[in-house]
Ligand binder design. Structure first.
Ligand code: PMP
Length: 362
């Protein structure tokens, strides 16, 4: 039997139909495509981190529940007393763990949103249902409540702020969804560090809410650590499907070190918020560009009709990688997403953008 016929015989058709998650190769380009924090640490802090790693026992399995790290996350991230957390290998893994532990319902999220909700639902063979956001990227509440009633989703994901649109949904809409939902509502606060609002302190005010965060956007994307906050009872259930050693020892030690220096991460996030304002102002001055409000470390821009791909390509030729969203969801036609970076990289981006526009527009 050929490999191909074996694949057809054994691999689930919905998996065969998928395309693997595509990550562009940045080479030496300025990387403004993946919402990473561009800053590193002062040299002394970096050296302190490296010497702390000397104690890592890489011959031993890591702790399946690193209590000191968990306590530090709880205190630094304002997790309320009485709530528990579970750590994931990135919040990606937590999305999968939640789905693996649920039965009998769909996964729901307004779209466009973070693609891994739908992808992971496919992996675990759960139906994914969604309601398109309005033209302003708000929740269409009436249609959402109707779908909740007809589908009874087990899990509803609300990215807060939303990726790739950058906005916070209205609190009233979120409350109405929480109230109407039979299942869990997960407030995904991946971009908490750049946002004015959060549900983390109020997570126990509701029976069916969990809050998810990641350290990826605050400068630790390479470590892969996310966490989910909720009542101890539901966290305990989800914990049963977690692989015991999902967080490696270097990540455990490094995140602990980083949170002991949380002020550095917070200062970098504050700097990026300032940079965000300047970059938005500059982008808004360009003819035909619509810049959407954002509470995240990226900016969504609608450019002129048909310009998204030539701008994306023109930037790439000039050494800058951003995300072209045009051609996926109809709501994102002609849209580009730009991660906010250092003043230097933002300036290089603006220069490359102006040069590209000159060529495209003549
Ligand atoms: N949630 C949202 C809304 C995101 O945009 C992302 C990353 N793009 C994630 C979760 C995944 O984060 P992590 O790196 O922790 O897997």
């Amino acid at each position: 039997m050929s490999v191909q016929s074996m694949i057809e015989r054994w691999v689930r058709p919905e998996i065969r139909a998928l395309k693997a998650y595509h990550v562009a190769d940045p080479g030496k380009m300025i990387k403004l495509d993946a919402m990473e924090n561009p800053y590193t640490w002062p040299e002394a802090v970096r050296n302190e981190w490296l010497s702390c790693l000397e104690a890592a026992q890489i011959n031993r399995y890591p702790s399946p529940r690193p209590e000191t790290l968990i306590d530090l996350i709880k205190s630094e991230m304002n997790v309320p007393d009485g709530a528990d957390i579970i750590l994931g290998n990135g919040s990606d893994e937590l999305i999968q763990l939640m789905m693996l532990s649920m039965q009998g319902g769909a996964v729901m999220a307004p779209t466009p949103t973070f693609v891994m909700y739908e992808m992971t639902a496919k992996f675990v063979d759960m139906p994914f249902v969604s309601v398109p956001l309005t033209a302003d990227f708000d929740i269409d509440l009436e249609a959402t409540l109707a779908l909740i009633e007809s589908e009874q989703p087990a899990l509803i994901f609300l990215a807060y702020p939303n990726n790739p649109t950058g906005n916070l949904f209205k609190r009233d809409d979120i409350e109405a969804i929480i109230e109407a939902a039979d299942g869990w509502v997960i407030i995904d606060e991946a971009y908490y560090a750049f946002s004015e609002d959060s549900y983390i302190e109020r997570v126990l005010n509701y029976d069916n809410v969990m809050v998810m965060r990641t350290v990826s956007k605050v400068g630790l994307a390479g470590l892969r650590l996310g966490f989910l906050v909720g009542s101890p009872e539901i966290i305990e259930e989800i914990n049963k499907v977690r692989m015991p050693y999902n967080i490696n020892v270097l990540t455990q030690m490094s995140v602990q070190f980083a949170l002991e220096h949380h002020d550095i991460l917070q200062a970098q996030a504050a700097e990026l918020c300032e940079q965000r304002t300047s970059l938005m102002d500059e982008l808004a001055q360009i003819d035909g560009f619509q810049v959407y409000p954002t509470q995240a470390n990226f900016i969504l821009v609608r450019v002129g009709e048909g310009e998204a791909l030539p701008i994306f390509e023109g930037l790439k030729t000039r050494g800058v990688l951003i995300k072209n969203l045009s051609g996926h969801d109809p709501a994102l036609q002609d849209c580009l997403r730009i991660t906010v970076s250092t003043p230097e990289e933002n300036a290089q981006f603006m220069q490359a953008l102006n040069a590209t526009l000159e060529v495209i527009r003549g």
